[in-house]
Design a protein. Structure first.
Length: 544
């Protein structure tokens, strides 16, 4: 089957699964639907030759770049301590604790191989978590912490996985060398991402000032940046994952140095949303496509594990999944308890224990996904001496089973536990003050324009009429923002603003319907139709 056919079939499957998810009102999370669709394709004879190295290059950098680009930077840096606690501290505890536990549970897996399995099971998948909580979103701060954790623990988990695999291949391991190598890979990866964004931004801004900004080219540049950062880092044998993350975070600040056209921002958002949907869908479809072949190898895998029945393998996967959840729960509970204890001593809080539902949600959010799938499939087939890699098929089976089980547990548990969460204060609580400041700036500029003399009396009258109309709109908006919620007048103004928006939406719907009627009657040209339709769509979007 040709590559083009595979891509087209996958894209069609993504479209179908998204519609199925909408028809089911998100009762079954989209990742599970796509995994089932992938398994159905494989059962029907559809087969993909999965190359994990190409998978890491084509899928992971753009997704991590986008997450780093879109995550609120103030939230990321203000919550850096809990993020690092999960992304480094929890990963280290998971590798050591779960590695020894897996070796004890399944003696056929060596200690080094157990560490490798625990390392690749430590990264989390924020896309799967967001899909699980679509009907009951997480509080803003918790969501930001989970996003930041997934950005960093992908790199820490993969680096630790590579060290553990090297230990299996060579039969030796040095903790000091591992720490030094980890620091070099992390710093080198971050530096690579920053260099790519800085160099690209400088060249791009230079060319834009001397030519003009083309939205399509700007979007293409943004798509190429994560691949350039990843390839540059991998060329110097440092972390390409962290390079993509650093490039995404730096992209936010690079854009502040040279504001782009509104058309560029709007089109870029649409293109990146489409890419995110396609790449995430393909990841879960490929996971499902691997399932039938994995089931066919169960007898051989059971033999590697030294058990008489394949059902023992499922039991092992369940136990490992529960153990991973228990380790994560204990770590989060301990971290929150220590934080609450410190804040209580400083007089900042009165409670003495963490909220159970919050700890449970953080534990359930440890869903495994694309990084685990890609990483475990990069296991070498043979050792340096030519002998088979010990328990390779068993490690792959356990990893894929834990991915599925973690998705199922999260799909059932997260919607239930999130309903008990108390809302926390969002990081953008100053939105009202910013809106008022922007409105005041607009009013000041309008007053300045109205005070300027105009030679033509007719133009001056029109200018005054238009300016006063705009001033009235901005002043009313400022009044809405400054009104006290507890004041009856303020409540009335807010209610009036809501009714006004609803009426504007109805008027826009009527305008669009009339525009389509005129086009169907061939009373307007295609160009006029497209221009008017875009103006109406933009006006409707502004109301959101």
């Amino acid at each position: 089957m040709s590559l083009i056919t595979i891509v087209l079939v996958f894209i069609m499957a993504i479209v179908v699964t998204v519609f199925i998810s909408h028809l089911l009102s998100a009762k079954i999370p989209l990742p599970l639907i796509q995994i089932a669709a992938g398994a159905a394709l494989a059962a029907g004879g559809f087969q993909v030759d999965f190359d994990p190295h190409i998978f890491l290059l084509l899928f992971i950098p753009p997704l991590l770049f986008l997450d780093g680009w879109r995550i609120p930077k103030d939230a990321f840096f203000s919550d850096l301590k809990p993020i690092l606690s999960l992304a480094i501290g929890l990963v280290l505890v998971t590798i050591i604790g779960m590695g020894l536990f897996i070796h004890w549970l399944i003696p056929a897996i060596t200690v080094a191989a157990g560490f490798a399995l625990a390392a690749i099971l430590s990264p989390t998948d924020p896309v799967a978590v967001s899909a699980m909580t679509a009907s009951s979103p997480l509080p803003s701060r918790m969501g930001h912490i989970l996003e930041g954790e997934s950005l960093l623990n992908d790199a820490s988990g993969l680096v630790a996985f590579n060290f553990a695999v090297a230990a299996v291949l060579t039969g030796s391991f040095s903790a000091s060398d591992a720490v030094t190598r980890f620091a070099v890979m992390a710093i080198g990866g971050i530096f690579s991402g920053l260099v790519v964004v800085w160099a690209t931004g400088k060249c791009n801004n230079f060319l834009i000032r001397r030519t003009r900004e083309e939205p399509a080219i700007q979007i293409l540049i943004s798509i190429l940046i994560p691949f350039a950062a990843y390839i540059l880092a991998e060329t110097f044998h440092v972390s390409g994952i962290l390079a993509a993350v650093a490039a995404g975070i730096a992209m936010h600040y690079e854009q502040l140095s040279g504001p782009r056209l509104p058309a560029t921002r709007m089109k870029s958002s649409a293109v990146w949303n489409m890419l995110q949907t396609i790449l995430n869908g393909m990841i879960f479809l490929m996971l499902g496509e691997q399932l039938p072949r994995m089931l066919q190898t169960l007898p051989d895998v059971a033999s590697q594990a030294g058990v008489s029945s394949p059902w023992y393998l499922l039991l092992y996967a369940v136990v490992i999944t529960l153990a991973l959840g228990a380790v994560r729960f204990c770590w989060v509970w301990l971290s929150i308890t220590l934080t609450v204890f410190r804040q209580k001593r400083q007089g900042k809080v009165t409670t003495s224990r963490p909220q159970f539902s919050a700890v449970a949600v953080m534990a359930l959010a440890g869903v495994k996904g694309s990084i685990t799938l890609a990483g475990i499939l990069t296991l070498p087939v043979v050792l340096t001496d030519g002998s088979p890699f010990p328990g390779r098929d068993l490690l792959i089976f356990l990893s894929m089973s834990v991915i599925l089980l973690s998705l199922i547990v999260a799909a059932v548990g997260l919607p239930i536990m999130t309903s008990y969460l108390a809302d926390d204060l969002p990081h953008d609580s100053g939105k009202g003050a910013i809106s008022a400041a922007l409105t005041e700036a607009a009013i000041a500029r309008l007053n300045e324009l109205l005070s300027q003399p105009v030679d033509d009396p007719e133009e001056e009258a029109l200018r005054a009429d238009a300016g006063n109309l705009l001033l009235e709109t901005y002043q009313r908006r400022l009044h809405y923002n400054d009104s006290d919620d507890q004041n009856d007048v303020g409540q009335e103004l807010k209610k009036r603003a809501r009714i006004e928006k609803e009426m504007q939406r109805e008027a826009i719907v009527a305008q669009r319907a009339e525009l389509f009627r005129l086009k169907r009657a061939r009373n307007i040209t295609d160009t006029t139709f497209q221009q008017a339709l875009r103006a109406i769509d933009l006006k409707e979007e502004s109301l959101h």
